[in-house]
Ligand binder design. Sequence first.
Ligand SMILES: [Zn+2]
Length: 332
Amino acid sequence: MFKTCASVCLFLIGSIETVGATPSSGSDRLLKRLWPGDKLTSSYGGVLNPQKAAVDESMPDYSIVPELPSLSDRWRGTIRSVHSKSAAKYVAITLDYCELCTNVNGYQSQVIKYLRDQNVPATLFISGKWMRSHPDIAQQLIVDPLFEIGNHAWSHANFGIAPVDLIEQQVLATQAQYILLRDQIAQTALSIGMGDEMSLIPPQPVLFRLPYGRCNDVSLQRLQHFGLKVIQWNHVGLEGYPATQSACEAFVDKLHSGSIVLLHGNHVPKHTLSFLQKVIPLLRQKGFTCVTVSTLLETGTAVVIQDGYFVKPADNLSLDTQFGFMGTGVRK
Ligand SMILES: [Zn+2]
């Protein structure tokens, strides 16, 4: 049974470590070799939206996914931010690449181009189905050390109301799709004498983001069992609204060191690029350093609750009736 207990389940976990211990999330050498010059899809300068009919959306065999060690009970729940212990100010920009059963969401290349041009690290929570429908782009993002890849379920199922077997499918099929794409990269790297670079690319994602921010005790227990830390946010970007300079300044004023910002990298909502173009310079003016979520977790103590709401508890419950447990509006 779903229950909202954010108000009573707040506790702090984690440890203080140095940012220098950050795990690698890719290989710049391999990226430049496999996609030299303007071959990176972010150079296209537009929205790439594959034709739905041309996309193979079948779910991969997820029996290939090696088991990650289960997380201890202290990590059970959703991480909304980090109590940073560092004198430096850190913030994690996160972008979701959602894709429901019923659509193919495309790719707003300018967002990634801006982050690359500005050398801004980010954590990308990618739907497994999006990885399958955008394989070349997904491989570029997997190899790029600027970006950390997290799991955003296969097709955006609602983890607050979906049956447990569907939840497991959604998680593991996404891990499998990442592994399949990584295996293809490894074969190419090996063929050009760069197989050693693969040690820099994580074998599979270790972070998860809940579609719609929805969860329940069972889904959080399964994610803990699968060894995936659930990363939500404590600040929602100005998505769906014009990113005016004054609104962006007000947004940055609310951030503190250890904040996690929710954005989307697809072409819907439409204002992510203009938001970033204003917010990143403001963050730098205020002395913030952008880091991936994994790096942010190393800077202090994770704030863990048992809910995944947007701004305040229960503000996402209405999505249950809009999209159903398959995340498509169809309850089957
Ligand atoms: Zn999403």
